[in-house]
Each structure stands twice: as C-alpha cells, then as structure tokens.
Design a protein around this ligand. Structure first.
Ligand code: SF4
Length: 364
C-alpha cells in the first residue's frame, strides 16, 4: 500500500521526513495522550534516524499496543533499489524507485578518510544545462522531504552503518548535487536537512553538508541563513554569453548577480565553484585568468571536473595537459583548484545515466 504522503494520497502515513512536531500530531491522531506525545515522538525519531529501524516491531521501548497501531496506520518503507552498480574504486550508485514508480539516483563516493553521499532532490530537472545528462530529462516532480531523507537511510542500510552516530562510519558527508536543482525544491530540502542535522536524527554536522546550486540567487542567502550548510556553485563559464548556453538559468541571474550573492553568503566556509572542463569551450588560459579575477574577494575553491561523457553528449573533456595548465593559473591566483579524480568511470557515473539505462532496458 502506498504511503499517504506519497503522491496518490491514500495509504498509510510515511513517517520518514516528518519533523518531530508532525510526528506528535500523527501520534495524537492515533490516540496517544497529550502528556506522552513529545516523549513518544522523540523515541520514534531516534528509532528511525539514529538506529535505522524499518519496522515498528523493532521499537521495543514503545508499548506493544502503540507499535501495533503504528504498524496499521503508518509506514517506514524505503524506496526500492532497482539497480545497483559498484565501481572498482568503491563508488556505489543506486537507482531508487518510489511508490509512484518515479526513479532517482544516489551515489556514494568513498575517500580515504571520509565518504560523501550525493543525493537527488527532483525527478528530472527543468534547467537543461547543456553538459548535464539529467538536464535532458523533463522535470517530473519534486521529491518530498521523506524521499530526500530516504536516500540517506538507504545508504546507511546498504553500508551497514546503524546506529548512525558511531565513530568510523563511512557515510560522513552529504552533497546535494544529484538529479535536480535543490534550491527549486527548497522547502522539502530544508525539512530533510534539518532532520539530517538534528543530533537526535542522522546527526550530520552542517559543516559536512554542501548544497550545490546552478544559481537560484534568491534562495542562496536563505539557505545560508536558515541551514548554514556549505555552498557549491555550478559555474562552468566566466562569460555570460557562454554561461547562458551551458547553464541557461544564467539568463535569469547572470554571473555578476550570482557572485554578488556568494559574497554575502552567511557562512565562513569557502564556497566551492564547480567548473566542468570542456575542450575548446571554456578551458583557455584567458578563461582561467578571468575566473581568478571574478572570484577575487570571495573565500573560494575551484573544483575542476573532467567532463564525464554520455552517449550522444555534445562535448568532449579537455586534455590532461590543458586541465593542468588551467589549474596552475588559478592556483597562481591563490585559489585552490584540484582536478577532481574521475570516480566510477567503469560504471555509468554521469548523473542520470543509470536511470536512462534502466528505462531503456525495461523498454527493450
Ligand atoms: S546540472 Fe543540475 S541544474 Fe543543471 S540540468 Fe543538471 S541536474 Fe539540472
């Protein structure tokens, strides 16, 4: 039976993604006396997010009768993993299907001393960035707060990492950079991240969370003020004419407006500027010098991303020599400019590729 806060609206209530006050309201609807609701909501919250319970029967400190009522009216179900790919370098990619059949990808990227989970916030995307595979898919819908959080729960399930707060865990960092533009689904993202950051929830520090945007300027300041997470900007070009083409939202908020918002971002962490390296398009020495000039006065780091092509992609990746020369100019301007190691090249690692492959397979 689909959960009630899933789109078709008739099944049990999915408790994943409900803030504590909403949990209290659901408990009230189940007849829990007012004096007990806050405590019961806290217990539920800890079971769901700190211990990873996926069944009410496991919640042994709740009265048996309440567990039965919860099982009858509420749900803790996760999206189904319909495809999984593991790269030789440890990168894992999961294609998740929600109750209404819509699918998104999340990717776990382990590094030596930490591991980042990259999650999606929308099914498809409206923004049509020309270097992005997801941009070729139409926007189907926003993900709910529960669906955003469920990607984190699935990652903890798959990595065998419950309880969540223990030391030595693999999934330590969260990057909101998967399918979709997070700041066009801000309210659901904010609800999900507040639960992820809650010490009684997933207990991820805001210093370990980065929200990446293609430049939805009015939401940037709000995100910094309300959530205080790190910020990444999909910049990819230093001139408006080119950025209009690569990241079309630039026609609404141009480079100058975007960088002005970055200057006022209320977090002391350096802002990461993502720059995908496209041969002969945005990778000249002049582009690198202009990038240094534009970022003056902003605490910044530039991530140079080797373009990860998909079949039919209209670009090719810059050569290694070109990327190194580009990086050297930026570093000479006192801005860190690591060339990101391509991860998961042996799997369909470009965002959206696994979903497309799965759809093609089903069609066949
Ligand atoms: S880069 Fe991000 S915002 Fe642009 S089309 Fe892809 S998913 Fe959408």
């Amino acid at each position: 039976m689909p959960a009630r806060n899933d789109p078709d609206g008739t099944g049990p209530v999915s408790l994943i993604g409900l803030p504590r006050e909403r949990l209290e309201a659901e408990l009230a609807a189940l007849g829990v006396p007012e004096g007990q609701r806050r405590m019961r909501a806290r217990q539920l919250f800890r079971w769901i997010y700190a211990r990873g319970a996926d069944a009410f029967s496991r919640m042994t400190d709740l009265p048996a009768e309440l567990r039965d009522r919860l099982a009858e009216h509420c749900s803790l179900s996760r999206p189904r993993i319909v495809a999984e790919q593991r790269s030789a370098d440890g990168t894992c990619k999961w294609l998740l299907r929600f109750a209404d059949g819509q699918e998104v990808e999340s990717v776990f990227i382990p590094e030596e001393d930490r591991g980042a989970l990259c999650i999606s916030t929308q099914v498809g995307c409206t923004l049509s960035c020309s270097f992005c595979h997801t941009g070729t898919m139409p926007l189907v819908r926003n993900l709910s707060a529960g669906e955003i959080l469920a990607q984190m729960l699935v990652a903890r399930d798959m990595l065998g990492e419950w309880p969540s707060g223990r030391p030595g865990r693999l999934f330590t960092n969260l990057v909101v950079m998967g399918m979709g533009e997070p700041l066009l689904n801000y309210d659901n993202l904010a609800t999900a991240l507040r639960i992820a950051m809650d010490p009684a929830g997933l207990d991820l520090s805001k210093r370990r969370i980065t929200v990446s945007t293609s430049g939805v300027v009015p939401r940037i300041e709000q995100c910094g003020r309300e959530l205080g997470t790190g910020l990444a900007i999909s910049l990819h070009a230093v001139r408006d004419a080119l950025r209009d083409r690569l990241v079309p939202i630039n026609r609404r908020w141009n480079i100058a407006t975007l960088l002005e918002a970055c200057r006022h971002y209320p977090s002391r962490r350096a802002i990461t500027f993502e720059y995908v390296m496209l041969r002969g398009v945005n990778d000249s020495d002049a582009d690198a010098r202009e990038l240094v000039r534009l970022l003056r006065g902003i605490p910044a780091k530039v991530n140079l991303i080797p373009f990860n092509p998909w079949p039919g992609a209209p670009f090719v990746c810059s050569s290694n020599d070109r990327m190194r020369a580009f990086a050297a100019i930026i570093e000479a301007g006192n801005i860190a400019a690591p060339i990101r190691l391509p991860r998961g090249r042996d799997i369909l690692a470009a965002c959206g590729q696994l979903k497309t492959a799965s759809q093609r397979h089903r069609a066949a």
